[in-house]
Design a protein around this ligand. Sequence first.
Ligand code: LMR
Length: 322
Amino acid sequence: MKKTLLALALCSGLVQAAPIELKFSHVVAENTPKGQMATHFKTLVDERLKGEVEVKVYPNSQLFGDGKELEAMLLGDVQMIAPSLSKFQKYTDKLQIFDLPFLFNDMAAVDRFQQGPQGQAMLGSLEQYGLIGLGYLHNGMKQLSASNPLKVPTDAKGRKFRIQTSDVLAAQFDKIGAVPVKKPFAEVFTLLQTRAIDGQENTWSNIYSQKFYEVQPYITESNHGVLDYLVVVNAEFWNGLPEGVRSELKRAVEESVTYGNQVAARKDKEDKAAILASGKSQLVTLTDAERGQWVAAMKPVWQQFEGAIGKDLIDAAVAANQ
Ligand code: LMR
């Protein structure tokens, strides 16, 4: 009887159906490209799908750290995440292309490759695992921070560097005789502060927002790799949405990615300037000859992973530099 009354009330519009809950979990601070993208997405959805979809954003590994967020999404505990491309190794070898050192000259080249046919095809490569890639989001080029000045690769020899969970990144540090240590993002500050590790690689915005620069006296502006994200949703959740809601959400993701990319470009400069102004960390710049040594030492990683990633894909990425 009660059920019949509720059904009648729903049909007659007397009782509103509860909004669909969309949890967006991430590991960075709010004032970062990804943090701002997520907040912007929530704002757009609040405006456009009021009462239909409720977005809840959980920053700073509050809900799930980077070791758990992909599994949590597959279990349906969170509906949207944007892990860095380095964290998809378990699902596909292809995305590891983004970890190859010295592959892209700058973010414009990264963008050209991502928006080109090969980059777009990779968005769908995770569907068989229950994940749908909605789009790439930029953070920026990675720099090397350390407790000693890193001018040439031998300066890193025997030193421990935190890396994301990627075998390409492990190989990159192996090649220079350093010790790569795979650790979750949320642990990096403490590891650096306690000197359990000597350094790490990250973008200016992550080095700034996580305060790594306060415990790392030197930052080498190496621009040796890229740190970007893939905005992904749980396929079952996404495919189960009413068509109109799904297309509005897709539009909101696209607009927030554009917004996040603008934040990324701005913060890359601003956060670098703020770090240098703090006087806590010293900038190490490389001469062409010094940079050449890093390239020569790290680039053999390409060949090591060519079979897994695919030569065609690597060639297309190289071509995006022109
Ligand atoms: C890292 O683990 O260093 C980054 O992937 C964190 C992030 O999401 O930017």
